[in-house]
Write a protein that binds this ligand. Sequence first.
Ligand code: HEC
Ligand code: HEC
Length: 206
Amino acid sequence: MAERVQACTPCHGIEGRGTNDPYFPRLAGKPAGYLYNQLLAFRSGRRRYPPMNYLLQFLPDPYLKQMSEYFAAQHPPLPAMPTPNVSAEVLKRGDDLVNSGDADKGVPACASCHGTLLTGQEPAIPGLLGLRATYLSAQLGGWRYGTRTAIAPDCMQIVAGHLTEADVTAVAAWLSAQPAPANPVPAAKGSFTLPLACGSQPRGGN
Ligand code: HEC
Ligand code: HEC
């Protein structure tokens, strides 16, 4: 498998640990079901990034599944993150949104789905730590503008749709400023109930 995924290394780093490019995401340790959903989405063109759409075009499902399992099982150290250059107020807004949400604006706490430790939940909710602010804002922007979608009902589109540009900056800054979790393993499947239905993570398991 390490040989098969060599084509991925220039952009995703050895063992999927990421590179210095701010928009190339780390893959290591993300839940296998989440990675698999992304590979299916890139292969079908539902999630767009031309080099990946092209690379996956002719790869069969079992191959995508094996690559997902390979990257999910890698645990290289998390990279050091640049310190976000925002005010204490902005960080406070980010902290509030992530851990408490904003009921008036219809935003559930990010932690209510991504876990109180923000390490995600098996099989298909990714963790939010160890990702750069630039990557986080680009993904949230993708959902707000409809260039990134997930399996319907797309709960992330609802969540991101209720965030302003300033909210996106705040959550991305706060998340990227957190220390690496001591144990980055995602929470067990079904260990807490999601506040909204998500097509990629059916309630009651799949
Ligand atoms: C030319 C660079 C490049 C190559 C080669 C590449 N990727 Fe990617 N990959 C990206 C970028 C950039 C993104 C983020 C795109 C976006 O913003 O949506 C991405 C996203 C992903 C994601 C989604 C990550 C997430 O957290 O949502 C997965 C999974 C993935 N790539 C797997 C692979 C695999 C497996 C290979 C090898 C078969 C590969 N990629 C090869 C650049 C690349
Ligand atoms: C109702 C549950 C739910 C809530 C609340 C939620 N998320 Fe998500 N999130 C998901 C699911 C499910 C996915 C995986 C979607 C997919 O398959 O592409 C996801 C994916 C993501 C990703 C993509 C990660 C990557 O590696 O590309 C980011 C970033 C993200 N969420 C940020 C947030 C932020 C920030 C908040 C709070 C403002 C939030 N989420 C609230 C369910 C949720």
